[in-house]
Design a protein around this ligand. Sequence first.
Ligand code: AMP
Length: 278
Amino acid sequence: MQIARTIDDMKAARRRMRGRVGLVPTMGYLHEGHLVLARNSNRDNKFTVASIFVNPTQFGPKEDFAKYPRDPDRDCALLEREKVDVVFMPPGEEMYPPGFNTWVDVAGVTERLEGAIRPGHFRGVATVCNKLFNIVDPHRAYFGQKDAQQVVVIKKMAKDLNMNLEIVVVPTVRENDGLAMSSRNVYLSPDQRKAAAVLHQSLSLAREMWRNGERRAERMRQAMTGLIRKEPLAGPIDYLSIADAETLEELEEVERPAVVSLAVRFGPTRLIDNITLP
Ligand code: AMP
């Protein structure tokens, strides 16, 4: 497995690849959710490139960029075991040299949910993904359903800008109690970690209601909110949404493909999760 730390080295490695290439963009501190993306890429392509880059431009000034968990040696060992061909691990100045001043803004869909609470977040995400796509030139790029709005934004960017790659979405990998795996779960105290299972319970409740014929989104939101409020360690709910799967506009009736998504704080830690309906 090669480790490329510069854009030139990454491009040189790419030129040597003859066959389909899959890209797995990550911010590192890898867990099983990331590794499943790599496994999917390895299955579909001859070569897999994983990137590890904690992208400063997608963090707000009061967010956790500086203390975002990092363990590049462990990450590389895990990726080597998955038979990843190249890890692209650039330092910050390599991706954003002095004078960097070009941004990708996906309008509309980025104004809601995560975008409303984290202004500029998706501008950073879209810009860095566009850069990674240009540097690695993959046939396919792999993203987790865990970040549902990110998937919608990246797909829209690729379509609107006629990018020559396929965006592949991989189902969310969960812990035994249903909590979605996340690098940020390490921030949780043992009590908060236990309490956080309520997120998946509330999403499952929405699915159960839908299966029993409920179509009124507001009823489902109310039931989910009620369940979360019963958990004393579940802090403020940033949003709880039942929205059209493509536009992320809130639904009144769940009569077309929908994403049920939420963001809830547990102390200083903010967790997100979602399911799709049907
Ligand atoms: P991150 O390192 O958090 O930026 O995540 C990198 C990629 O892994 C993104 O496409 C995420 O959606 C995906 N991912 C993160 N957690 C999970 C999970 N639990 N299941 C599936 N994919 C995930």
